[in-house]
Ligand binder design. Structure first.
Ligand SMILES: Cc1ncc(COP(=O)(O)O)c(C=O)c1O
Length: 401
């Protein structure tokens, strides 16, 4: 048994799932190859409890945009630690970060902080309901585990009645959103949607259509930029696609892995917070705020997005050349900062099996990826080239077996 497997057995005795996060649960199909527990990480690499070193393209599910243990971010956190973590009244770093976000993301006229993406989405929806006086919402995709975003599923502890207040729509289906608005706009406070769902359509047509519909029917548009924010561009997908929401939720990449989320948007909506209570003890926790200030500073001064797009493109070009050499039918797409490599045969079961085989071989080659190839500022050309060497070996084995 590996150290990973021994720890997993131990974890399951006291922790349901053996971990805290759904996506970090060990997957049976990958057993014997997937690292279950990670001891430490630096740059674009991590070391698992068995002592193996991996090049990481999962980046803690998105947050680690600069790289693990990025020196200026860690220095800012250590500096803040000397002063304190959490105080009995507000701390000036809250203002510094709020100003930085408003300067960088023009739609964020006013902001507040939370800890997880779900906090930001739940807070924005509350603001939209309070402002509009309407109770229902249209939403799309994964917005977090909160009750409002998990309706219509039985046995998950969410009151069934909440389903009457939530229209869940398919990403990209403009007609579906329009027909709901046509029939029920007078009861709908907001549309909550990610502006990009990490699939094939990178045109931005869907978020632009949502903006148009929201204006036409008088509902508030909330962008869930938890995964796209500070990744697609420094301002997220909204800047990339040129569409401005009324409210936005940011988390993940804002603080390079430190726990922080940000919600906010139009001043007139955010000022509604003076009339009711959204509050959390740890929302002003200063280490994560210091980390976010330092992360944004690096993004603003060091052309981080130029670099991650360039490295991502190098990886995608390499994939294309390798797929041709090996002779496999694939689709390679998405944004270079979070691309995908998928098998593209007519038989979907064959595609799925090959995908699992490829991931197994990649893990054996010590390259860690799941669905999307996230890029960080610490991935340099040599890391990409080494990854491509390993990828070619893995692909050849995956299609041979
Ligand atoms: C688009 C999107 N929204 C919301 C969330 C929830 O964020 P958190 O897990 O930080 O609550 C996620 C998490 O992956 C996400 O990808």
């Amino acid at each position: 048994m590996t150290a990973s497997e021994i720890l997993y057995e131990r974890a399951l005795k006291h922790i349901p799932w053996g971990t805290q996060t759904n996506a970090k649960r060990p997957i049976l199909e990958y057993s014997g190859t997937m690292p279950y527990f990670i001891e430490r990480a630096k740059g674009c690499r991590f070391w698992d409890v068995d002592g193996d070193e991996y090049i990481d393209y999962r980046l803690s599910l998105g947050p680690v945009i600069l790289g693990y243990g990025y020196p200026s971010v860690d220095a800012a956190v250590k500096g803040q630690l000397e002063k304190g973590v959490l105080f009995s009244m507000a701390s000036p770093v809250e203002i510094e970060l709020a100003e930085a976000i408003s300067r960088i993301v023009p739609s964020m006229e006013m902001v507040r902080f939370g800890k997880n993406g779900v906090d930001a989405n739940a807070s924005n929806v509350r603001i939209a309901r309070a402002y509009s006086g309407k109770d229902k919402m249209i939403r799309c995709g994964y917005n977090g585990y909160h009750d409002w975003f998990s309706t219509g599923i039985s046995g998950n502890g969410v009151p069934r009645i909440l389903a009457d207040y939530v229209y869940e729509v398919r990403y990209g289906d403009v007609e579906q959103v329009e027909s709901i608005l046509k029939s029920d706009a007078s009861n709908i406070s907001c549309i909550l949607s990610s502006p990009y769902d990490f699939n094939e359509d990178i045109s931005g047509d869907y978020p632009r259509a949502l903006r148009k519909l929201a204006d036409e029917y008088g509902v508030i548009l909330i962008f869930d930029e938890v995964l796209t924010g500070f990744r697609l561009s420094i301002c997220g997908a909204q800047e990339y696609f040129g569409v401005r929401p009324d409210l936005s939720s940011f988390a993940k990449a804002v603080a390079n892995g430190f726990p922080l989320s940000v919600f906010g948007g139009k001043r007139k909506l955010m000022e509604k917070l003076n009339d009711f209570v959204i509050t959390a003890t740890y929302a002003g926790e200063a280490l994560s705020i210091a980390a976010a200030i330092a992360t944004l500073k690096v993004m603003e001064t060091e052309k981080v997005h130029d670099h991650i797009y360039r490295m991502g493109q190098r990886l995608m070009d390499g994939f294309t050349a390798i797929a041709k050499r090996v002779g496999v039918e694939v689709k390679i797409g998405g944004f270079p900062v979070a691309s995908y490599f998928l098998f593209d045969y007519k038989d979907s079961e064959k595609n799925r099996k090959l995908h699992v085989e490829l991931n197994r071989e990649l893990y054996k080659e010590r390259v860690f990826v799941y669905d999307r190839w996230f890029m960080s500022f610490s991935h340099k050309e040599a890391d990409i080239d080494l990854t491509l060497e390993r990828f070619e070996r893995a692909l050849k084995k995956a299609v041979k077996d």
